[in-house]
Design a binder for this molecule. Sequence first.
Ligand SMILES: [Cu+2]
Length: 222
Amino acid sequence: MSLAWKVTVTVILFAVAAVAAVVLIVNLLGTPPTVDFTSASSGQSVNVTLQSVGTYGSGSHPTWVSYLIESPQGQWVHSTVFQVPQHVRVNVTIINYDSGSPLRNQQLGQVSGTYGNLALLNGKPFRVIDSNSGNGVAHTFSIPSLGVNVPLYGNNSNANLCGAAPCTSSSPHQVIRFSFTSPGPGSYRWQCFVPCGLGFLYGNGGPMSTLGYMGGFMQVAS
Ligand SMILES: [Cu+2]
């Protein structure tokens, strides 16, 4: 092998290693984008719409369950990080496209921390979902530091459920709505508490422990 070849091969190997390192670092550090609702707020309230899907359907983890956020411009964003103004009424709509199951902890079937301690399921007020009947609970939307917990009623698992996000209303879905008041400025962790990470230890790995899938942050702007 000539010296020129050795140099060329060495340079190529270094380049490949450098690209691999960058990809790895971006993946490890990569946080999902923040969907900003501060300019969409009326000053009194802000509307935030999410969807929950049984399988994201594409990207690096196509089989994972996930939340998505609808931007104020109406685009579905694969993220769980959103920003709202402080001290306004946050009206949340979650369109759930996933199936459900009985809860291990019935406490998570109770609505708390919302206006009136209730939520609407397809327009009907409820305070609790008995996950041992009907379609069970698919996920929860919970902000532990604010005491917010809302169970999301599941779809019939025998139905032809949406398998690739963003899902549309042509697929079976449940619409859950509730409101709470945003607190002062800060970063508030929110997540699902149903161990829905299928195939991971106790269901709590994978999407349950990865930003952008089953948990994220509500940023409250100052
Ligand atoms: Cu979940």
